[in-house]
Design a binder for this molecule. Structure first.
Ligand SMILES: NC(=O)C1=CN([C@@H]2O[C@H](COP(=O)(O)OP(=O)(O)OC[C@H]3O[C@@H](n4cnc5c(N)ncnc54)[C@H](OP(=O)(O)O)[C@@H]3O)[C@@H](O)[C@H]2O)C=CC1
Ligand SMILES: Cc1cn([C@H]2C[C@H](O)[C@@H](COP(=O)(O)OP(=O)(O)O[C@H]3O[C@@H](C)C(=O)[C@@H](O)[C@H]3O)O2)c(=O)[nH]c1=O
Ligand SMILES: [Mg+2]
Length: 327
């Protein structure tokens, strides 16, 4: 099975490439700028056609949440029109599209975790452009999975974990908002879920459960709790640490408003695909440990206490650490 993923260096694209490495049943081809430029719609079909995919993964997006407030037209060109073009190209090629979307399509006023049928009401341009993208994808290709995920981090790219490690390198205290709740999600876990869902789509010609799904890290926290876990893990691995002080979002003014609660229920995905994300703390610890080790040089052994924070390896060499977490 061959997957073509849009965006070359994105967190999810890089996660897919890593997840497919060493597997002979799946190949991932990343297609990005300048060959495929979502802001230049005429580039999309030719770039995907030459990749000859069995499934298209639409992961590229304009993801700068605050900057989007000043670049509304560009954000919509990429996230709405561009996403629609990707889905349309997949339809022309006769293949399904797996499109990534976001928790920021919600306004965060719900008490519990959001389910797929809950009303959307984005607070900012980024969320609005992603919502328009969902609609464009659904209109262009009936064979779509729209995966809404959240708070994505990975060993590469820009993300909250890397920001916290950088800030902790030059400060003793970091103030972080404690009144926005969500589900931190590893791009590597998203990649595993996509490969699993893609195998099901590819293997079941009668698959009919196309539509919107939520898929995010298991468990919930707020940005401050996420920061604290990141820095405690970092310290355990000999990396930078800082004290995290809780603040309210009102004390951290940003151009774009963020939802106070964008927790996603991943129950529908678990039911249809028999697949759940690992607990967020364990996936986040894995990524923090990798980043800290990369900074210090990978030859350094892990310290005893730090080893206990990581998911336990399983004895069989044919089973991965992540497999052990699925059980
Ligand atoms: N990051 C997050 O916290 C979350 C992300 N999502 C969604 O998940 C998906 C993947 O996100 P993530 O991997 O974090 O994204 P990243 O921000 O890590 O990467 C974005 C990718 O999009 C590509 N891209 C941007 N503009 C264009 C363009 N005009 N043409 C072609 N490619 C372009 C970038 O290309 P280049 O490599 O050339 O820079 C990059 O590869 C996105 O759809 C995002 O909206 C959902 C929830 C949370
Ligand atoms: C850096 C920093 C951020 N914050 C706050 C600001 C904000 O409310 C929250 C998160 O900030 P960030 O800008 O890192 O995250 P943000 O860009 O809002 O992340 C979002 O990205 C898009 C692409 C998505 O789809 C979302 O799911 C979500 O992951 O943390 C602090 O309180 N202190 C800090 O030092
Ligand atoms: Mg950001």
């Amino acid at each position: 099975m061959r997957l073509a993923v849009t965006g070359r260096e994105g967190q999810v694209a890089a996660g897919l490439i890593e997840a497919a490495r060493g597997r002979n049943d799946v190949e991932v081809v990343a297609v990005g700028r300048p060959v495929l430029d979502l802001a230049r719609s005429d580039t999309v079909f030719p770039a995907l056609e030459v990749a000859r995919p069995d499934i298209v993964v639409s992961a590229a997006a304009y993801t700068a949440v605050d900057q989007a407030e000043d670049e509304k037209e560009l954000a919509f060109a990429i996230n709405a029109a561009g996403a629609g073009k990707v889905a349309e190209a997949a339809a022309k090629l006769g293949v399904p599209v797996i499109h990534l979307s976001t928790d920021y399509v919600f306004d965060g006023t719900k008490d519990g975790a959001y389910i797929e049928t809950d009303a959307t009401a984005p607070l900012g341009v980024y969320g609005a452009s992603k919502l328009a993208g969902e609609q464009a994808v659904a209109a262009a290709n009936p064979h779509h999975l729209i995966l809404r995920t959240a708070w994505v981090y990975s060993p590469s790219g820009k993300n909250f974990i890397k920001t916290m490690l950088r800030l902790a390198g030059d400060r003793d205290e970091i103030t972080v908002v404690a009144d926005q709740w969500g589900n931190p999600t590893s791009a590597l876990d998203i990649a595993d879920a996509i490969l699993h869902a893609a195998a099901k789509l590819g293997g079941d010609k009668n698959f009919a459960a196309f539509g919107i799904y939520h898929f995010a890290g298991n468990g919930e926290t707020n940005w401050s709790g996420f920061a604290r876990h990141i820095l405690d893990t970092s310290r355990a691995f000999g990396g930078p640490h800082a004290h995290v002080r809780d603040i309210a979002a009102a004390q951290y003014p940003t151009k774009a408003k963020r939802p106070p609660n964008s927790r996603l229920s991943s129950a529908k995905f678990a039911g249809v695909f028999a697949w759940r994300a690992p607990e967020w703390r364990s996936s986040a610890a894995t990524v923090v440990a990798r980043l800290v080790r990369d900074r210090r040089g990978s030859s350094l052994p892990l310290r005893g206490a730090a080893k206990d924070l990581l998911p336990k390896p399983v004895p069989s060499d044919t089973t991965t650490v992540k497999d052990s977490l699925q059980r």
